[in-house]
Design a protein around this ligand. Structure first.
Ligand code: ATP
Ligand code: MG
Length: 395
């Protein structure tokens, strides 16, 4: 036994019985016992509460199953709740075998039939109860830490598996999106090689243009992939330069205007003539480029595309609004995930990287991005960026 003297909480309303037990314990030769006796369950719970501040804690509870304020097994539960680590030995009358066995099943360590108790039996039962409870506790702790360890390992395994799945999904999507323009290049160059002398200049030019646009597509895809990896490894950084955001947007829109036909009307509105500040041109290019490209691409029937800039005291709100196909409401929360494409894109081509990139770039610029959309009516993306005027502007 690891304890020098065993401290017992005896819960017994019959004082004569209590006295007898105390005498028995005095006889024990191999172990010293200290007894604290109470007559009611309520007092026992109070003692256990007090025990928390004592230096010599109780080692075991000796419980009579017939008390004035609690009958039978009902005493067990509150005691075990109050002192989950304390072993309990129950005292029963001669004809209470079933009750005693049930008590052990419910968590008591042992039972003693009052009439059959001898000094030796009592001392041994108490000591064994303490040892068994300690062993059970150690086992429980070991099990708990084992379960925790297992859980940790499972989570790590799952994460690794998820990462692998993501990686292979990434590779197969990118590979697929590279194959299309590569096929175009192969086809056009093959045609030019085999029957170049029979083609009109106009046809030749058309094939060269197709090849150039395929190469541009591949370069753009490479750019996007490398930007994603930059962002994932924390290498995407804000590099502000003093410039006018209004002028930047106007130029970007002019550039887009050249690429669209008559169907689309690209408009620009702003509440301020100039919005000077520290802006990262490259991040803005990715953000607005992707939003404008989407607005045009997902309005196959044309219509107005509006780029709106509102300069406020501390922030700038940039909106890109179109009257295109819209996005199903249930899919909006997933829109900024890598490779996510809404179910209504039909045969409009895309990889599903643009918005993920726009979001990463917006966040790198210290801002937020959100979307509102109505299926078949149109979509509005809103980017809010902090307006950092910079020292160069004396603010
Ligand atoms: P890419 O990587 O070439 O940009 P993508 O355009 O499909 O491909 P995202 O730009 O990330 O990918 O857009 C994700 C999806 O969000 C699109 O596939 C489309 O379903 C939906 N979406 C984005 N912008 C709009 C818009 N303006 N109108 C309707 N749907 C849109
Ligand atoms: Mg896109």
């Amino acid at each position: 036994m690891s304890v020098n003297s065993v401290k017992i909480l005896l819960i017994e309303d019959n004082l004569a019985e209590a006295r007898l037990l105390q005498e028995y314990l005095k006889c024990a030769k191999f172990q010293q016992f200290r007894l604290v006796g109470v007559q009611r369950l309520a007092n026992a719970l109070e003692e256990l509460q007090k025990d928390r501040n004592e230096s010599h804690h109780f080692n075991v509870i000796l419980l009579d199953l017939t008390l004035p304020d609690s009958q039978g097994l009902a005493s067990l539960e509150p005691l075990m709740r109050q002192a989950p680590n304390l072993p309990i030995v129950v005292l029963t009358n001669t004809n209470d075998d079933e009750l005693a066995i049930e008590a052990v099943r419910l968590g008591a360590q042992d039972y003693l039939v009052k009439r059959h108790v001898t000094p030796e039996l009592l001392a041994r039962s108490l000591c064994y109860a303490i040892e068994r409870k300690q062993a059970a506790e150690t086992l429980r702790e070991m099990n708990e830490s084992l379960a925790l360890e297992n859980q940790k390992r499972m989570t790590e395994l799952l994460k690794a598996k998820e990462l692998n799945q993501l990686k292979s999904e990434f590779v197969s999507t990118i590979a697929h999106d590279f194959r299309n323009p590569m096929n175009t290049i192969l086809l056009c160059s093959g045609l030019l090689q085999s029957s170049g002398d029979r083609l009109t200049e106009e046809k030749k030019l058309k094939h060269f243009r197709l090849m150039q646009s395929a190469i541009k597509n591949m370069a753009q895809l490479l750019d996007e992939v490398s930007l994603m990896s930059q962002s994932d490894s924390g290498r995407l950084e804000f590099q502000g330069r003093s410039m006018d955001l209004v002028e930047f947007c106007q130029q970007l829109l002019e550039h887009f205007q050249l690429g669209v036909g008559e169907k689309h009307e690209l408009d620009f509105v702003t509440n301020l003539e100039a919005i000077f500040g520290l802006w990262d041109e490259s991040l803005l290019h990715h953000i607005l480029g992707n939003l404008l490209m989407n607005a045009i691409k997902y309005s196959p029937n044309g219509g107005q595309i509006l780029l709106e800039i509102i300069g406020e005291e501390k922030q700038v709100i940039i909106r890109v609004r179109d009257r295109g196909i819209g996005i199903p409401a249930t899919e909006l929360p997933k829109l900024f995930q890598t490779f996510y494409r809404a179910s209504n894109v039909e045969d409009i081509p895309g990889t599903g990287l643009g918005l993920a990139i726009a979001k990463k770039c917006t966040e790198t610029h210290g801002g937020t991005i959100s979307v509102e959309s109505e299926l078949g009516i149109g979509t509005t993306f809103t980017v809010t960026l902090p307006w950092c005027r910079g020292e160069a502007f004396g603010q």
